[in-house]
Design a binder for this molecule. Structure first.
Ligand SMILES: NC(=O)CC[C@H](N)C(=O)O
Length: 221
């Protein structure tokens, strides 16, 4: 089981994400944004952070980095991609996921643990939680306010592509959405950080199952 973690200038969760993948049994290569090709991997992780200083819009410059053509090709060929926080922002900016992450409704950076509900078990990432399970994960962002037009939101809900919802919406996200899946359920973007809640030393291991099950599901695929 092999994973790549993309590193942009300003990424600050790339080591954490790589470690979470490794603890789940994957071998991980970190890949610089200027590279034009990915190593042969099953899963690409796009980490949290402040790529290119969040200039222009969070994730907008990163989405146009050379490596993102390879990430797009990987996803379009049916590969798995997990984008966390800034990674989710990058995924919307690449067009691999619909919608956009706007400034938090309260205009403040929010850094705390929030309660979430797993909305679908129909993905490698969420299967082991079971639909309806409540978990807690940290958030740390100023642009986590998920926006999409009503037709897109209706489609996401109708096709069961909402992965996680906030129980108490912290940032104004449409329909309390905290994470969404692509139609083939292999691309997941989420604002909460499962890699920051994935070992005992974190004081919260709710994120560990996401990595463990994803590794198992990909090994079985
Ligand atoms: N933790 C992160 O990935 C932060 C994402 C982004 N820079 C924001 O603040 O919205």
């Amino acid at each position: 089981m092999k994973a790549a973690v993309i590193v942009f200038p300003g990424s600050n969760c790339d080591r954490d994400l790589a470690m979470a993948f490794e603890q789940a049994g994957m071998s991980v290569e970190r890949v610089w944004h200027k590279d034009t090709a990915l190593p042969k991997v099953d899963l690409v992780g796009i980490p949290g952070g402040f790529s290119f200083g969040d200039y222009l819009r969070c994730g907008a410059i990163a989405a146009n980095a050379p490596i993102c053509n390879a990430v797009r090709a990987h996803a379009e060929a049916g590969g798995y991609v997990l984008g966390v926080c800034n990674g989710f922002q990058v995924l919307t900016e690449t067009g691999l996921l619909p919608g956009a992450l706007l400034r938090n409704a309260g205009l403040k950076y929010i850094c705390r643990t929030v309660d979430l509900r797993v909305e679908t078990a129909d993905s490698a990432y969420t299967e082991s939680y079971g639909a309806g399970t409540e978990i807690a994960l940290p958030i740390a962002h100023h642009d986590g306010n998920y926006f999409a037009d009503d037709a897109t939101l209706d489609r996401l809900e109708g096709e069961g592509l909402v992965a996680f919802r906030y129980l108490q919406n912290p940032n104004g996200s449409a329909r309390d959405i905290a994470g969404i899946l692509s139609p083939n359920r292999r691309v997941l973007g989420m604002m909460p950080h499962p890699e920051r809640a994935s070992e005992a030393a974190h004081g919260n291991e709710d994120g560990a199952r996401l990595f463990a099950h994803t590794a198992e599901a990909l090994a079985a695929a």
